[in-house]
Design a protein around this ligand. Structure first.
Ligand code: 5GP
Length: 189
């Protein structure tokens, strides 16, 4: 996977698997600007706190909050990951909890992708224990066909097919997070 940072290749290889371009960076940025504007309108004067889920959401979070022009704060939580697998283990454990105090605060949970919805359900249950003033969820990607949990998603960047994706913060066995665009596994039928 060697390419100049300014290039957006149509095909990339990661851990010997072939991925094809699904959502170019410009399309991501356009949608993120729209979501940022909606948040600016809704939270003006409320100083919301963005809570990103590590590691996958770090690039989305960075681009999203640069489109937020109102006062806001941020923190991160880290849950267990897929490891080097392409399917969910179905187990959620917490590796890093919240540092910020969120009681009485307006919380916006920032996720890279909602797949089964298990991670989001877990996070929302944890948040509720801290009695925030409100909790909303923004996810860059959603796989509706894979989602088993009935979780609240207030802003969805893109609904995508139920296939493994890579790039823009999302990894395959820790590789590929640095790709500027979203790529999808190119399964040979
Ligand atoms: P869920 O708990 O909704 O099944 O999964 C949420 C987490 O699984 C995401 O935060 C992400 O880390 C990981 N995940 C789900 N689908 C994909 C995918 O297609 N590609 C990658 N790289 N990670 C995924």
């Amino acid at each position: 996977m060697h390419f100049a940072p300014s290039e957006t290749p149509e095909i990339v290889y990661c851990r010997d698997e072939r991925f094809r371009l699904m959502i170019p960076n410009e399309t991501l940025q356009t949608r993120i600007t729209e979501i940022g504007s909606a948040i600016n309108e809704e939270y003006d004067g409320k100083n919301p706190i963005f809570i990103g889920l590590l590691n996958g959401s770090f690039i989305f979070m960075a681009d999203l909050i640069r489109n937020v022009t109102i006062d806001c704060e941020m923190d991160f939580i880290k849950l267990s990951s897929y490891g080097a697998e392409k399917i969910s283990s179905g187990q959620v454990t917490e590796k890093k909890g919240l540092d910020a105090k969120i009681a009485g605060r307006h919380v916006i949970v920032v996720e890279d992708i909602v797949d089964t919805g298990l991670s989001m359900r877990y996070i929302l249950e944890q948040m509720a224990h801290h009695q925030p003033a409100s909790v909303k969820v923004v996810t860059l990607l959603h796989k509706p066909d894979a989602t088993r949990e009935n979780v609240q998603l207030d802003w969805v960047g893109f609904s995508i097919e139920n296939k493994f994706v890579l790039g823009y913060g999302l990894d395959y066995g820790q590789l590929g997070r640095n790709l500027a665009a979203i790529y999808v596994l190119d399964e040979v039928s």
